[in-house]
Design a protein around this ligand. Structure first.
Ligand code: C2E
Ligand code: C2E
Ligand code: C2E
Length: 89
């Protein structure tokens, strides 16, 4: 990719997230709720998160960022574009 191209965004699908079982999605749901609260951003259907946040989530889920991205894609909370966002990790 061109160094001038903007990095693809990590965009969490909050409606999908709310449908997932808590045992899987609980940590991600709490993390997203914290960011929404810090921003005062409560009404979105999606939430753009920092690349750094995926690193933190990977520690929480005890996976590599790439593995966690694949898992979130399989749950439907990230779209396949997110793969490109973690290529540089
Ligand atoms: P902060 O990191 O000191 O950022 C202060 C403000 O700078 C943010 O206020 C936002 O208006 C702007 N800002 C910082 N980085 C970005 C960015 O990448 N994109 C955009 N569009 N704006 C940015 P805001 O949104 O009210 O957030 C308040 C505080 O909440 C932030 O203070 C940070 O501590 C936390 N926060 C908000 N969103 C996130 C997030 O996605 N991840 C993390 N880890 N913390 C977040
Ligand atoms: P985008 O980043 O591709 O986002 C497209 C739409 O997804 C946004 O339309 C909004 O409805 C939703 N969206 C994405 N991330 C979030 C999020 O973290 N919270 C919420 N509540 N909604 C989100 P919108 O608001 O009409 O923005 C259109 C475009 O304008 C955005 O496209 C982006 O390119 C730009 N934009 C809007 N707000 C910001 C901002 O705070 N910072 C930057 N850098 N660009 C922004
Ligand atoms: P964005 O607003 O389009 O910002 C894209 C990238 O530009 C960010 O990627 C970050 O590398 C850089 N950037 C933008 N604004 C700031 C800033 O104020 N301080 C610093 N240090 N860097 C900045 P990143 O961090 O991966 O964030 C991805 C997206 O997550 C942002 O896209 C924005 O939609 C959302 N986001 C991240 N942090 C915040 C925040 O604090 N508040 C809000 N409202 N949105 C945030």
């Amino acid at each position: 990719p061109s160094p001038l191209a903007p990095a693809p965004k990590l965009v969490i699908d909050l409606e999908r997230l709310a449908q997932l079982p808590k045992d899987k999605a609980g940590p991600l749901a709490r993390y997203a709720a914290t960011i929404q609260s810090q921003r005062g951003d409560y009404n979105g259907k999606v939430l753009s998160i920092r690349q750094e946040d995926l690193r933190s989530l990977a520690v929480i889920y005890d996976k590599s960022p790439v593995e966690l991205t694949e898992e979130f894609i399989s749950w439907g909370v990230l779209d396949s574009e997110a793969r490109r966002a973690v290529e540089s990790f």
